[in-house]
Design a protein. Structure first.
Length: 305
């Protein structure tokens, strides 16, 4: 197997490195943050102060796993690494890159005989304990060389991971995974909002969630986490009604449109997230004004912005 290094030791990257090390792998690592490096070095990571030092510390063939934000930073990291790599090395993108960019990167690296493997990675903060779900795209031979790494990261050597297709397929599968996640989250959110609104029945939302966690057709890990969150704060009073998105929901909706596939649930879930950020809600003010004009309906006055 290739010698492994990881670039990017944020929460997820650091936990992946820990899982590998606990599985007996020797891991080299680089991160711009000296604190992040020092924390992992105390647990057995071989730290590098630069990408040059990182690559120099590995025997060929090398495998470098990038766990960094999608987009420009991935391209900049690849550009910095390329002069240091040799034919037979492998670059792995374990972040949430757009699958089209992964395809382009694999194509650009092929003439140099450097393999590019895209790994859609799910598991979040629980991956260290439970293992990660890995959707892998790339050449079969390159994926097979990295098999021990995937077997260690996954929930078990035979479950939760697999090569799903050629370059780009791993990130495409992860994109769809996240789109489905949007829809599931939105359905739970709407259902519990209805329960919360039915005040006269006095529902204990955490209790309902816990009942559904066993035996119900909607039971899931997401519901387990929902129940846990409601037990910690049933009214969610400490949270602002603002829901970010990573971008993958947008890509999923765009892909559905390009492929003429109806995806109303995922699309609505994305729009609901965008709606949560509109403090001014000009569109809602427009609706109120129009109702007043055609039907004389009352208007609720508010502070203008």
């Amino acid at each position: 197997m290739s010698q492994l290094a990881i670039v990017g030791l944020g929460k997820m990257g650091a936990n992946m490195a820990r899982r590998w090390m606990r599985g007996g792998h020797r891991i080299h690592g680089f991160d711009p943050s000296p604190q992040a490096l020092a924390a992992l070095a105390s647990e057995g990571l071989v730290p590098a102060a630069s990408l040059q030092e990182l690559v120099a510390g590995l025997r060929a063939p090398r495998a470098i796993w990038m766990m960094i934000p999608a987009g420009k930073l991935v391209d900049e990291t690849i550009a910095s690494l390329l002069p240091l790599l040799s034919a037979g090395d492998t670059l792995i993108d374990g972040g949430n890159s757009n699958y089209k960019e992964s395809q382009q990167r694999a194509k650009a690296l092929a003439p140099r005989h450097i393999a590019y493997v895209d790994v859609g990675t799910s598991g979040g903060v629980w991956g260290l304990a439970n293992g990660y779900s890995l959707m892998i795209g790339g050449e079969q031979a390159a994926v097979e060389r990295l098999r021990p790494l995937f077997e260690t990261l996954a929930p078990s050597p035979t479950t939760g991971w697999g090569r799903v297709g050629p370059s780009g397929a791993g990130h495409f599968a992860k994109m769809i995974h996240n789109g489905i996640e949007y829809g599931m989250m939105q359905a739970f959110a709407e259902g519990f909002a209805i329960l919360e609104k039915k005040q006269e029945l006095g529902f204990d939302l955490a209790q309902v969630a816990r009942i559904w966690c066993d035996g119900s057709v909607v039971r899931s890990w997401l519901l387990d986490l929902t129940a846990q969150g409601l037990e910690e704060d049933a009214k969610l009073g400490a949270l602002a009604p603002f829901v970010p998105d990573s971008g993958e929901g947008r890509w999923t909706v765009a892909e559905a449109i390009d492929l003429d596939v109806a995806a109303p649930v995922i699309t609505h879930a994305l729009i609901a997230r965008l709606r949560s950020r509109d403090e001014r809600s000009f569109a809602d003010r427009m609706l109120s004004m129009m109702r007043n004009k055609f039907g004389g309906h009352a208007i609720k006055k508010g502070a203008g912005r």
